[in-house]
Design a protein around this ligand. Structure first.
Ligand SMILES: Nc1ncnc2c1ncn2[C@@H]1O[C@H](COP(=O)(O)OP(=O)(O)OP(=O)(O)O)[C@@H](O)[C@H]1O
Ligand SMILES: [Mg+2]
Length: 286
């Protein structure tokens, strides 16, 4: 963890988040904080609730119970006498502007070129001046390596390029927090790297990021903390080396073993039993 991240107050605090769909309880009391400037990778089996949790952060899903606080502000509801009431749509929309989200499937507007995708929200939602928004958007497209693709339409761009436009689009609203939901999982392996590089750059610039991912090498290199979620709760959380190489919980080890194949499974088991001293040294950062 960076020194900045250890001393900063939490930018995001999720407390006791519950969410069910019908009879199926997906989140069963998730507690998770992310410090300002911290990069947290969320890992867990398919169906464990990573997407649901990310969507609860910006109230695309309304938690059944629990609270979401971003930068000191309670999201999606307010206290009225002794109970909470949902925040009016306009106010929720205003809160969402400070939370950028990047989805697995890009979700660009197909009938708009890259530049128009990026300026759409600043102009339409934040009422920015078109010239100012355009200059900022071109800067952002440059930052994600797409200065020459400003006038290309999504169908003319590769998946990796579309995802980089989607990142620029989210950044255009100047978010204080960025959520990424498996941003590379629908990309061909050879273009995963270009998207991860952009995310690495964002992390290096101090962006606060919560990232659901199956890219363990990215988590290991870039995350300050890795959080393993399974069965609707946070099972384990800590420094990447600790969680990914010397997990405390059997469920975490099994998940990683399935992900990495038998060779990695044996290595992980050896680390878990043989690497205790090493693990204690790194544990204080979690
Ligand atoms: N809108 C919905 N209605 C009903 N069930 C849902 C809905 N959204 C998610 N679920 C269920 O909630 C559970 C958690 O789904 P979620 O998409 O959050 O998992 P995930 O960890 O993101 O999985 P993956 O790694 O495959 O993306 C799954 O069983 C899913 O079927
Ligand atoms: Mg998901």
């Amino acid at each position: 963890m960076t020194p900045q991240a250890t001393t900063a107050p939490p930018l995001l605090v999720l407390a006791d988040i519950h969410k069910s769909y019908g009879q199926a309880a997906v989140l069963k009391g998730v507690d998770l904080s992310v410090a300002a400037g911290e990069v947290v990778c969320l890992i867990g089996p398919s169906g464990s609730g990573k997407t649901t949790l990310l969507r609860c952060v910006n109230y695309l899903e309304v938690p059944d119970q629990g609270s979401v606080v971003v930068d000191g502000e309670l999201i999606g509801k307010y206290q009225r006498k002794d109970r909470y009431a949902p925040l009016p749509d306009r106010e929720l929309a205003a809160q969402r502007r400070s939370i950028g989200m990047v989805f697995q499937h890009f979700n660009l507007f197909p009938h708009m070129n890259a530049l128009d995708n990026v300026i759409e929200a600043p102009i339409g939602v934040r009422r920015s001046d078109r010239q100012v928004a355009t200059a900022a958007a071109l800067d952002l497209l440059n930052r994600v390596g797409l200065a020459d693709k400003a006038h290309a339409y999504p169908r003319q761009l590769s998946g990796g390029q579309q995802q980089r436009v989607a990142i620029a689009r989210a950044l255009a609203m100047e978010p204080t927090l960025m959520l990424f939901d498996e941003p590379t999982s629908s990309l061909d392996p050879e273009i995963v790297g270009e998207v991860l590089d952009v995310m690495r750059g964002l992390a290096a610039d101090g962006m606060t990021m919560l990232v659901a991912t199956h890219e363990m090498s990215f988590a290991e290199d870039v995350a300050d903390r890795v959080v393993f979620i399974d069965g609707g709760v946070v099972v384990e959380s800590g420094a990447p080396a600790e969680v990914l190489r010397a997990a405390t919980h059997e469920r975490t080890r099994q998940f990683l073993a399935r992900l990495n194949g038998p060779a990695a499974s044996a290595r992980s088991a050896a680390n878990a039993t043989g690497g205790r001293d090493d693990r204690v040294q790194t544990a204080s950062t979690g």
